[in-house]
Design a binder for this molecule. Sequence first.
Ligand code: CA
Length: 226
Amino acid sequence: MKAKILLVEDEVKLARVVADYLTAAGFDVLKAYTGKEALAFFRHEKPDLVILDIMLPEMNGLEVAKIIRKESSTPIIMLTAKVEESDRVLGLEMGADDYITKPFSLRELVARVKAVLRRARGEVFTPTLRVGDIEIDLQKREVTVAGKPVELTPTEFEILNLLARHPGRVFTRLEILQRIQSYAYESYERTVDVHIRNLRKKIEPDPKNPRYILTVYGVGYKLAEE
Ligand code: CA
């Protein structure tokens, strides 16, 4: 099934060029030229991804992103003409998944769109994650290492699941606690270390020299990229 993309861009020419390119790349594209139009389309058409320009008439892209994020977890890529860091940071804070600075190459945009869609789908639909010898069955909440089942506590499972969904991405201890929310209140940041240590004992061939869950000194943890 083709992914449906809502493209929000008030520069008519640019919108047409981008829409044509995305269509040629195999996407269904809807165009909106103002923030209000974007929200109306978004609610009615339920796109798989939104490409959102920041500078729009009536309501700017940041406001639109904020409203979309309140209503859904649909991925958003912000387009920004400004090079200012503050705009990008603001966009990401409003819940955008990625941003791209104008002028951008269409190939680059398509690559970002595919990456963001893959990520979004992975989080929702992948029933099994595999990293090296580790297999995580997200539906059964079962973990095996080299085919052998390992028993994890709910917290250990959540931490491993979080890291495995984002190989290579570094998480701070605080982030780890926030992301595994339901357990966050029971502990302080350092208790993450205890969970990680226990997790390593269960999944690492040599827990003293971890191969899967790596410590990023002074920051937190990440799952090794293959
Ligand atoms: Ca614009």
